[in-house]
Design a protein around this ligand. Structure first.
Ligand code: GLU
Length: 256
């Protein structure tokens, strides 16, 4: 299978913004193993801004654009240094791809993006994609990595998109405030009711929330790609997802 895995800042970093070393080590180990077993993996990784916040010892995520851009410039280095180091331990080569909305909207740039991705896959490389936050502003941004991961999945014609988050999946109510909330295992049709369940923003370090995940599901599903939202706190969950076990929330693709 060709699998796009998206990891959010809340999975990669502690609340301080510093790297969650144990988590990231597990993630790289599992992804390397899945690759060894024959799957093609593309990682969409957030964490540039969050990690920049940690490395620059800022008290919180900056609100202004130059602040975010500077934090991302610092954090993206840290992020790729870490991935390169950890994946190298398992003999895998990584590549960094940073894009903005323009790279998708413009046909020639989009084709170049795809050419690079496909060639990297042919070369057996593990591409790691993020938004190019250092030059991205409101007019040209994709905005969040849930959307970015769906765009990547569609562009590489993935078989499966997995979003790892700090929550087990989509619930019937907000599980942080409602103890009767139940996990929804499968979504076949993304209705306004499903959007209504999504609520607001999730963590303080990342950008997305449940509603951007539902939008990502809609984009993936309408292009024939299944999507799973699962908890990234134990990355070995990826084995279960790939084996088709019932974990997280699975959004089933339109198979018309
Ligand atoms: N591109 C942002 C970063 O790497 C994250 C965007 C998101 O969390 O959706 O920090």
């Amino acid at each position: 299978m060709r699998i796009v895995v998206k990891v959010g800042t809340s999975t990669l970093a502690h609340k301080t913004g510093n790297l969650n070393i144990r988590r990231v080590e597990q993630l790289c180990k599992v992804l390397s193993d899945l690759k060894n077993s024959g799957h093609e993996i593309i990682l969409v990784s957030s964490g540039a801004i969050g990690m920049g916040v940690g490395k620059l010892c800022l008290s919180s995520r900056p609100d202004d654009i130059p602040g975010k851009q500077a934090a991302a410039a610092v954090g993206q280095c840290e992020l790729m240094y870490t991935y390169d180091k950890l994946f190298s331990e398992y003999n895998h080569t990584v590549a960094q791809i940073l894009i903005v909305g323009l790279d998708i909207e413009n046909e020639i740039r989009n084709q170049n993006f795809k050419n690079t991705l496909f060639r990297l896959l042919e070369l057996g490389v593990l591409p790691i994609v993020n938004e190019n936050d250092t030059v991205s502003t409101a007019e040209i941004e994709i905005g969040d990595n849930d959307t970015l991961s769906a765009i990547v999945a569609v562009n590489v014609q993935a078989d499966l998109l997995i979003l790892l988050s700090d929550i087990d999946g989509l619930y019937t109510a907000d599980p942080r405030s409602n103890e009767n909330a139940e996990l929804i295992c499968e979504v076949c049709d993304i209705t306004p009711e499903i959007y209504a369940l999504a609520g607001g923003k999730g963590s303080t370090l990342g950008t997305g929330g449940m509603s951007t995940k539902i939008k990502a599901a809609e984009m993936a599903n309408s292009n024939g790609i299944d999507m799973v939202i699962a908890n990234g706190n134990a990355p070995a969950i990826l084995y279960d997802i790939v084996e088709g076990k019932n974990v997280g929330t699975k959004f089933l693709a339109d198979r018309k």
